[in-house]
Design a binder for this molecule. Structure first.
Ligand code: NAI
Ligand code: MG
Length: 355
């Protein structure tokens, strides 16, 4: 079981260190190798995704990723910015299916800003398409406008596009995931305004006919954003495009108490996967030892489940996480009155102990 470990920038190194502690404690035959990625790789090699890092990732069975990015790199040309590393990994490994389960553990019901009855027992799955949409569509750039509201003015443009096979394969992923759950899929689009998402809706409907046992409904993204905070438990599996999925999954993280609780898996057609917390490098708290490592630890559990065929070990980690929450241990992001505030390393140590 070869794992490429890519901690990255900011809190990335702090939270990945805790996940490694937990993996080590399982006493399984992992072969783990680390490499630089993001801003740290740019400093050392002049590129956020050096060839050697990409090679390590490609040859691994799974990738454990922290986070990349820092405001201090905002002035770099786009291809050199840390965030290009994660986009490059997704693209080069064909990691098109992003799973973001939003589960509200009963111990954290009070940590959310939403009413307890809205989120108690919440267990929804957001499936985000990850290699298409406006984040990758060409052409893009800046130019002098030839037409539009201000001809002759400087303008910028990106291109939203999806091909039929791209939509079909993510649709299959969603319907198959729903089969293992409550057999309901909500496809989120903006078909009323965007041709790309009318096409998305049409293809979802077409693929859905192959899954008569799964109920499919469609929702516009603006309504979905509202429903997620109004009645989140009405959803089961949500499938959507790259940009809407990016936004809705951050929104959904707040249903679980904190973005520091939300793991993710990004899979390709060979079930090779990259596992990372849904959050970023949190430069505002980096180096302070206060970041919540649980999203990363839970991502490691997803890695064991999806890419390494170690379901029992995955469940052991998830149970240990619930156990430390049950003990009342909380990093500041999930702290509430009556619980015990701990730092990043203490939280990781507690999970190891609970294992
Ligand atoms: P962010 O997710 O890093 O932080 C948003 C807020 O959540 C901050 O207040 C942060 O302190 C808090 N937060 C995040 N993770 C936390 C944790 N584990 N424990 C406690 N609090 C946590 O998003 P932001 O601030 O928009 O972006 C910061 C940098 O991260 C940017 O450079 C951005 O491009 C990058 N980024 C990288 C991603 C990746 O590597 N996959 C994903 C999202 C953003
Ligand atoms: Mg995001």
């Amino acid at each position: 079981m070869k794992i490429a470990v890519l901690p990255g920038d900011g809190i990335g190194t702090e939270i990945v260190a805790e996940a490694i502690k937990v993996l080590d404690a399982l006493d399984l035959p992992f072969e783990m190798e680390s490499a630089l990625v993001g801003g740290t790789a740019f400093e050392a090699h002049g590129h956020p995704l050096p060839e050697s890092t990409l090679k390590l990732a490609k040859e691994a069975d799974a990738i454990l990723f922290g986070a990349v990015g820092d405001w201090k790199y905002d002035k770099l040309d786009r291809p050199l910015r840390p965030e290009q590393a994660i986009l490059g990994l997704r693209k080069n490994l064909g990691l098109f299916a992003n799973f973001r389960p939003a589960i509200c553990y009963e111990q954290l019901v009070g940590a959310s800003s939403l009413k307890p009855e809205l989120i108690a027992g919440l267990d929804i799955l957001i499936i985000r398409e990850l290699t298409g949409d406006i984040y990758f569509g060409q052409p893009r750039g800046r130019r002098v406008a030839a037409d539009g509201h201000f001809p002759g003015a400087e303008e910028a443009f990106d291109t939203m596009r999806y091909s039929k096979p791209e939509i079909e394969r993510i649709a299959h992923v969603a319907f198959q995931a729903a089969r293992k759950r409550s057999k309901r899929v909500t496809s989120v689009d903006k078909a009323n305004v965007l041709e790309t998402f009318q096409f998305w809706k049409d293809v979802m409907t077409e693929v859905g006919q192959q899954y008569p046992d799964v109920a499919l409904d469609h929702m516009y993204v603006d309504n979905a954003a509202m429903q997620l905070v109004k009645a989140p438990k009405a959803f089961d599996v949500i499938v959507t495009g790259n940009m809407f999925g990016d936004i809705l999954s951050d929104e959904a993280s707040m249903l679980t108490g904190s973005i520091g609780m939300l793991p993710s898996a990004s899979l390709n057609a060979k079930n090779q996967g990259l596992y990372e917390p849904s959050h970023g490098s949190a430069p505002d708290i980096a180096g302070k030892g206060v970041a919540n490592p649980l999203a990363t630890i839970l991502s490691a559990a997803m890695m064991l489940r999806f890419s390494l065929n170690q379901e029992a070990a995955a469940q052991r980690i998830e149970t240990a996480v619930q156990s430390v929450l049950g003990q009342g241990l909380r990093t500041p992001d999930i702290f509430s009155a009556g619980t015990t505030k701990v730092g990043t390393a203490e939280m990781g140590d507690a999970v190891v102990k609970a294992l």
